[in-house]
Design a protein around this ligand. Structure first.
Ligand code: ADP
Ligand code: ZN
Ligand code: ZN
Length: 751
């Protein structure tokens, strides 16, 4: 009897071990590295991925009893779901982000294979004679593509004809019709929509494209930081580089922070690259996602746009990766593992594929800025906005600071809108221009406080105050989502004097309605964007001029390009400024600069009003001047002096559990053990464990949170740091009931 073939399988469990399985003869052809398989595990059945490499008993691999060897039950795809390039990338992710290979694979795998979709197609027939205008419209459309099969649904959509029209035409031989395997990939246009041609690039854009093109033509890895102010035309630069890559048969991936917030960007790529574009995102149905993924893999779509997970798109012959708004925190995945940063994965993938990686932003992360300053990336700057035909470049908007402390002393009635902002809005309304207002807090009032005893209702499951939602007469927890009835008396002392402190977007909307009864308002926050296309609809209405004022959370700060917006107001520029997180300065500066960038992008000059109680704070002062480099010069030296990233490696170890005491003790035990085990790094600068400390939001969803920060010099290799952390965790004999330890490498937030 021949020896059974053995394979190693990575399972999506937080275990470093890879598991050995036998391959039954009938599956031998398909059981290849990268293939998704179903295997028995304990008493369950699980899906995992076959990984290459040495056999049982080798590093990280179990050594099963040959007599009890289990067999693979099924191979789930005809061709391995992860091509070698991606399998390799997941191995890097597991190593760098301290998770298991199986967990890393899960992030890169396509959705489950779906049944192929069969649809009706038509093409022009031998005798294209029409009876009536609708039939004529169909024939005219098909005549532009003789010989080509076009989806009947597309023809119906484009011409306003019905399926009955098509039947009538088919009967007479004017068109041919057939059922064929089709695709659920988004918005197939069958090549029928006209492509928009590139505008003539302006000098600063040409120079940027020149550097990228040189790198693309050279073949081989290169990375760029494209620092271009808001409205400098970065998207055109990305598209020109993509043109170059696709012209030579290569593919490109464009990462955007969040697809729902960037419909304009996606439309611009579609308009330029037509059917070559594939959009991948999580709100897509799984059949649609699977078909899109399959077309990318087959090389039929060569431009992929999507949020962080699109970095795993199985494109062929990768030439270019663009990370737009590379500073955005949404590129970092938090839960579940792998806790990867898509920008950094993009750099690694590009490096391994010999592709060019472009990180673009008006406000680069300090990590990327530092990497450019130390020569890891080539810096390309576009300090000017795009000029309108026949005029000078649009100027960046003027920023005015409104000091809320002074405003309060003046005795004006309480309102989220200061006198200065009120006047500025009135002027725009009179001139028929548009206004965007940012308030980075949804709901009505973030705190309800009893005037007599000072009690504020908090969520019983989380350590946060409840936010008042007035219209539904509710208080909601913005951490876990629970809703409670809005009481009219204090639950502690029974007093009826309850004060609603602070302003959420709903309150801003109410204050605006009182000040400007005739203005048309739109609100965009988590509460108004629950449905699949609600972002797009709100933005489309605003773009079409159906509203004068758009109020929203940070959703309104990103990437919007509306030429009639001439005023941007920030209701509370300080929100989050004083958070106990070394990145809070950076985050607020980025948010203020980005939202300011929405004003005056075309001919009309823009103005920005920042309402603040900290008018002298460096972040506010520098945001007023759009002074990114000033900001860097202020903040980077401080980061270095205090040993924060990008000058050190940082890993956050979080301990969670249902009771606080065991969580705290676990965190203490872990920190002590880590101190012991990392003493092995003699000679090198010390690796420290900071803490343990209770997390800023100490309890979430009935779960207590403590954390330890591990900080190491950059000279310590990531693998060594990971090993020290894993050793420490493995040394904890038993986790207390219900407790979990999670490891977050390069954490974005310490809250
Ligand atoms: P960014 O991404 O840097 O904020 P965009 O690429 O969105 O900037 O460009 C800002 C605006 O200028 C857009 O409306 C875009 O269509 C327009 N634009 C960009 N480049 C050109 C150009 N070379 N000629 C004319 N208009 C341009
Ligand atoms: Zn009270
Ligand atoms: Zn809660």
């Amino acid at each position: 009897m021949p020896e059974p073939r053995l394979v190693r399988v990575a399972l999506p469990l937080p275990l470093e071990t890879l598991f050995t399985y036998g391959v039954p003869e009938r599956l031998a052809d398909k059981a290849l590295p990268g293939a998704r398989v179903e295997v028995p595990f304990g008493r369950r059945s699980m899906q995992g991925v076959i990984v290459p490499g040495p056999g049982p008993g080798s590093a990280h691999t179990d050594a099963p009893d040959p007599a009890a060897l289990k067999q693979i039950v099924a191979v789930l795809d005809d061709e391995p779901a992860l091509p070698p390039e991606l399998l390799d990338l997941t191995a890097w992710i597991a190593e760098y982000y301290a998770c298991s290979w199986g967990e890393a694979c899960k992030a890169a795998l396509p959705p489950p294979a779906a049944e192929a979709l069969v649809e009706r197609y038509v093409r022009i027939g031998a005798e294209p004679a029409a009876a009536g205008p609708r039939q004529q419209a169909v024939l005219d459309l098909l005549a532009t593509r003789p010989g080509t099969w076009v989806r009947a649904a597309t023809v119906v959509g484009e011409t306003g004809a019905t399926y009955a029209t098509l039947d009538a035409l088919a009967k007479r031989g004017a068109i041919e019709t057939a059922e064929m395997e089709s695709s659920r990939a988004s918005a197939p246009t069958d090549g029928l929509t006209a492509r928009v041609t590139a505008p003539e690039l302006q000098a600063h854009q040409r120079a940027a494209v020149e550097s990228l093109a040189t790198a693309l033509d050279g073949g081989g890895f290169a990375s760029f930081l494209l620092h271009g102010v808001t409205g400098s035309g970065k998207t055109e630069v990305y598209m020109a580089a993509l043109d170059r890559a696709t012209a030579t048969g290569r593919s490109g991936i464009v990462l955007v922070p969040e697809i729902a917030l960037t419909p304009q960007t996606v439309r611009r790529f579609r308009a330029r690259f037509g059917d070559q574009v594939a959009v991948l995102h999580s709100r897509m149905a799984s059949g649609e996602r699977f078909d899109t993924w399959r077309e990318i893999r087959a090389g039929r779509r060569r431009v992929v746009i999507g949020p962080r997970s699109a970095i795993f798109a199985p494109v062929r012959n990768l030439g270019l990766v663009v990370v737009d708004e590379e500073h955005e925190a949404s590129y970092k995945q938090f839960d579940p593992a792998p806790r990867y940063h898509a920008r950094d994965v993009a750099l690694v993938r590009a490096a391994r594929a010999g592709a060019v990686c472009v990180l673009g932003s008006a406000t680069p992360s300090l990590e990327s800025w530092h990497n450019a300053a130390t020569g890891k990336h080539t810096l390309v700057s576009m300090p000017e906005r795009v000029a309108q035909p026949g005029s000078a470049p649009a100027r960046l908007p003027d920023v005015r600071i409104v000091d809320l402390v002074a405003e309060r002393k003046s005795g004006r009635p309480a309102s989220a809108i200061s006198a200065a902002l009120h006047k500025a809005i009135a002027k725009r309304l009179a001139d028929g221009q548009q206004v965007i207002l940012l308030q980075n807090r949804r709901g009505y009032a973030p705190v309800l406080q009893c005037c007599d005893c000072g009690h504020s209702p908090t969520c019983p499951d989380c350590s946060v105050t409840l936010t008042v939602h007035k219209a539904k007469r509710q208080m909601r927890c913005h951490t876990c989502g629970r809703a409670f009835r809005l009481e009219s008396t204090c639950v502690e002392c029974g007093s009826g004097a309850l004060e609603q402190l602070g302003a959420g977007t709903q309150r801003v909307e109410e204050d605006l309605a009182a000040l400007f009864p005739d203005a048309r308002l739109l609100r965009m926050d988590l509460d108004t964007t629950g449905r699949k296309d609600s972002h797009d609809r709100i933005l489309a209405r605003f773009g079409a001029g159906e509203a004068d004022i758009l109020v929203g959370t940070q959703m309104v700060a990103k990437g919007l390009d509306f030429e009639r917006v001439t005023l941007v107001g920030v209701i509370d520029a300080d929100a989050g400024l004083l958070f106990p997180d070394f990145r809070s300065d950076e985050r607020i500066f980025q948010l203020l600069t980005q939202v300011a960038g929405r004003a005056g992008r075309a001919e009309l000059h823009g103005e920005v009003i920042l309402q603040t109680r900290h008018a002298d704070h460096p972040v506010i002062r520098l945001a007023k001047r759009h002074d990114y480099e000033g900001f860097v010069n202020e903040v980077l030296p401080a980061r270095e002096a205090l040993s924060w990233p990008p000058f050190v490696r940082l890993v956050r170890i979080e301990f969670r559990g249902p009771e606080e005491r065991p969580v705290q003790e676990l965190a203490e035990a872990w920190a002590a053990a880590f101190g012991e085990s990392s003493r092995g790094f003699a000679g090198a600068a010390p690796i420290e464990a900071i803490g343990p400390a209770q997390a800023f939001i100490a309890r979430v969803n009935r779960t207590w949170r403590w954390h330890v920060l591990v900080r190491a010099p950059r000279s310590v290799p990531p693998g060594a740091l990971r090993a020290a952390i894993a050793r420490t965790t493995a040394g904890i004999a038993r986790l207390p009931a219900g407790c979990r330890i999670t490891v977050d490498v390069d954490p974005m937030g310490l809250i």
